[in-house]
Design a protein around this ligand. Structure first.
Ligand code: ADP
Ligand code: MG
Length: 568
């Protein structure tokens, strides 16, 4: 296996490389953040696997990251003593993109550099971003637990192929050397590298070290010493005192967790003590990831136990309808060898999930109920990005239903705009004298709902109707029947009773009319015998001659269409 092989990148990698070099050039220093982020992940993985294999640490137990440069060779090197990679892992990790959402990502590319740059940031630029500044990259690595003869060297100029060969490597972990492109010599400086690391990677929980640089009076120049110094605080961000964490650090930590290139919408850090002890740092992103609707979506919550990373995407720690939340939960009570199966049954996990759910809802309430314009705007952003997912909570999280109901926003005839901005409380506050129900209409699209003939009488009487057209709406409505004591009422259901909204005279007129039309109705019923259940005179239409309605207790037309489409 000592043989050297040349392999081709997966087509998507080539495309990604092209794109990245061109669209991210103006922000090229982020490569350092990406490589440090990977080194940190690799150390987390060793800490976790090392619980079962303490011998893997050998005589090198202190996990750290080292950044160095060589002015003569024009290289920058980032090394870690984390988990490392086997030959097979090198080939698949540094030759393909295995990430979920890859297909969606490539299908969304537009060819417009600025738009694509934003997309790529959101996708997560990762290891390949090193090619923005390097025209050749050499990776040397050995997986923890494998013998020194099982080292691997990977090399590529980023143009389409890479080579892998087996080497002897004494140290465990990975070392990545970038041969800088012409004109990138800026990075060959202690000062420059330090300032980038402080800017992007200060939240990293293990030491990031560089060789000390000192002024040598005799030589009259800066000289680089053998002695190392740590450049970051190297403590877990969530374990620091709140007063010592800056906005930038919260932001950068979020980007590290989420692969988002923009900061979050809001965050919340709490230490919970009592029956169960844990720290939660939770973020609500400012925009939906590609894979929000992908059941295999990764990300979400990272679980730590006493600072030791345990697993990504611990879905038991957050209900499904809050799957867009990213963050860290660090528990003091769970065992280090906790598995997904154990999580499912753990009492501690239940407490953590309930507490985290409440935290997220409070964060959202804080935005939704604020008088501050910035926060209000943030809530609107939140709703456009994640409103449909939050609606799932109405059915999924009965205990918090009241709170979630207040967070819902709808389109309505009040504005007739497709923007969903009206809360149920706002609707209720605008209800007409004598109105005792919350009216809504559903449709496949916003326009279908807005132009429904069922709305005519309501528009005439100036009664507001909510316009529902999201796929989850009908499903959601099957889980709540009233808000604030007002019954949720579809304007499309038969026998619509406008209650005290119609006056006595109107009622008399209606009875009169019904009598006059009785003969006609009987004949129509006969003619349509096997097609409809009933034919009635209606007062709900003002412009249209007739409309179809469903029975009080039956599935609505829209839901029926949906079920049919789903093959039921
Ligand atoms: P991501 O970090 O989002 O998975 P990257 O492109 O940054 O994507 O890295 C690709 C993969 O390469 C990682 O998932 C990891 O398996 C592997 N990798 C990268 N850097 C290292 C490293 N320093 N040590 C071990 N594995 C690494
Ligand atoms: Mg990465």
């Amino acid at each position: 296996v000592a043989s050297k092989e040349t392999l081709g990148f997966q087509a998507e990698v080539k495309q990604l490389l092209q794109l990245m070099i061109h669209s991210l050039y103006s922000n090229k220093e982020i490569f350092l953040r990406e490589l440090i982020s990977n080194a940190s992940d690799a150390s987390d993985k060793l800490r976790f696997e090392g619980i079962e294999h303490p011998d893997w640490y050998g005589d090198d137990p202190d996990l750290k990251i080292k950044v160095s440069f060589d002015k003569t060779a024009r290289t920058v090197t980032i090394s870690d003593n984390g988990i490392g990679m086997s030959r097979d892992e090198v080939i698949s990790n540094l030759g393909t993109i295995a990430r979920s959402g890859t297909k969606e990502f490539f299908s969304k590319l537009s060819g417009d550099q600025q738009k694509d740059a934003a997309l790529i940031g959101q996708f997560g630029v990762g290891f390949y971003s090193a090619f923005i500044v390097a025209d050749r990259i050499t990776v040397e690595t050995r997986r923890a637990g494998l013998p020194a003869t099982d080292g691997v060297r990977w090399e590529s100029d980023g143009s389409g192929e890479f080579t892998v060969e087996s080497i002897d490597r004494l140290q465990r972990g990975t070392s990545i050397t970038m041969h800088l492109r012409e004109g990138e010599d800026d990075f060959l400086s202690t000062h420059k590298l330090k300032s980038i690391i402080r800017k992007y990677s200060d939240h990293i929980s293990l030491p990031i070290q560089m060789n000390k640089e000192e002024w040598d009076a005799d030589k009259s120049e800066h000289v680089i010493k053998d002695e190392l110094e740590s450049i970051n605080q190297s403590s877990a961000l969530w374990a620091r005192a709140k007063s010592e964490i800056t906005e930038e650090q919260y932001d950068e930590f979020y980007k590290h967790l989420s692969h988002d290139y923009e900061g979050p919408l809001c965050y919340s850090l709490n230490r919970v003590e009592g029956r169960s002890e844990f720290t939660q740092l939770l973020y609500v992103p400012a925009r939906a990831p590609f894979d929000l609707w992908d059941r295999n979506k990764r990300g979400g919550i990272k679980l730590y136990v006493k600072r030791v990373f345990i697993m990504d995407d611990a879905e038991q720690l957050m209900p499904m309808y809050l799957r867009f939340v990213t963050g860290v939960i660090d528990s003091t009570d769970l065992p280090l060898n906790v598995s997904r199966e154990i999580l499912q049954e753990s009492r501690d996990v239940k407490i953590i999930r309930e507490s985290s759910t409440k935290r997220v809802l409070s964060m959202l309430e804080d935005l939704a109920n604020s008088d501050d314009e910035l926060k209000k705007e943030k809530y609107r952003t939140f709703w456009t990005q994640f409103g449909q997912v939050l609606k799932e909570g109405i059915g999924e999280d009965q205990p918090n239903q009241e709170r979630i109901l207040k967070l819902l926003r709808f389109a309505s005839t009040h504005t007739d705009s497709a923007d969903q901005t009206v809360s149920l409380a706002e609707y209720v506050s605008r209800m007409k004298e004598g109105q005792d129900k919350v009216y809504y209409v559903t449709g496949d699209t916003f326009n279908a709902a807005k132009n429904s003939p069922h709305l005519e009488i309501f528009r005439k009487k100036g009664v507001e109707v909510l316009l529902l057209s999201d796929r989850v709406d009908e499903w959601m409505l099957s889980f709540f029947t009233e808000f604030d004591g007002k019954q949720m009422t579809s304007v499309a259901k038969g026998g619509l009773d406008l209650g005290s909204l119609s006056d006595e005279k109107e009622k008399k007129d209606h009875e009169e009319t019904e009598k006059n039309f009785k003969d006609l109705l009987d004949r129509m019923k006969l003619a349509l015998e096997d097609k409809v259940k009933d034919v009635r005179v209606t007062f709900r239409l003002t412009d249209s001659p007739a409309c179809l309605v469903s029975d009080e207790n039956e599935l609505s037309g829209n839901l029926l269409r949906m079920l049919k489409a789903a093959g039921q």
